[in-house]
Design a protein around this ligand. Structure first.
Ligand code: 5GP
Length: 181
């Protein structure tokens, strides 16, 4: 009974509009990996993946890097099983980034509130450098001003899932990005 209802959910999500295909993601992530590798030539890169949404993006990105890197994670939550931000950002980590070249890897730059908090929080550790790479940048008015150096794709203001992004913890496993609305 359970397996039938979970199959029905899958059929439903697969019928939604695919905004960015698996192929488009692969090729853009490869380009980003090349660009980042060039920019960090001769330096050791410390990647900080923002859980949970960036887990798939980070895992693919590191496979396209040709420079030495270390990988760690932090947790950020701002959405609580809903499609609008609560405005509250909770960060959790146990990082020591002092003197390191840090690249934060995030799933989506929406209002910018989360990335602003992350930047401020990690800057307190005095890294040698701190940049941000976001897979998606949502075009919305009144974004918080945050410097995001690497962006995978610009998207319209729609709620997206897949490739790590969830709705109520579902759909993260999709290899592409779909619109839920
Ligand atoms: P911000 O603080 O920039 O408004 O939001 C950042 C976080 O909100 C992202 O890391 C992501 O978890 C969540 N978020 C924003 N827009 C979307 C969306 O369209 N889909 C999903 N699944 N999460 C989103």
């Amino acid at each position: 009974m359970n397996s039938v209802s979970s199959n029905e959910e899958k059929t439903d999500i697969y019928s939604k509009e695919v905004l960015i295909s698996r192929e488009e993601i692969n090729s853009r992530v490869e380009q980003l990996g090349r660009e980042i590798s060039q920019d960090y030539q001769g330096r050791e890169l410390h990647l900080v993946g923002v859980l949970n949404g960036a887990f798939m993006f980070l895992a693919d990105l590191v496979r396209h890097l040709s420079i030495p890197c270390q990988i760690c994670f932090m947790q950020a939550s701002s959405y609580k099983d809903q499609q609008v931000s609560t405005g509250e950002v909770i960060l959790m980590h146990n990082l020591d980034l002092s003197g390191k070249n840090v690249l934060v890897v995030e799933d989506i730059f929406d209002t910018g509130l989360t990335l602003k908090h992350i930047r401020e929080d990690l800057n307190m550790q005095k890294p040698a450098s701190l940049e941000i790479c976001a897979l998606l940048n949502k075009r919305i008015p009144d974004k918080v001003a945050v410097d995001v150096k690497y962006i995978g794709f610009e998207i319209e203001d729609r709620f997206v899932v897949g490739y790590g992004l969830d709705y109520a913890e579902k759909y993260r496993e999709l290899p592409h990005i779909s619109c839920l609305d």
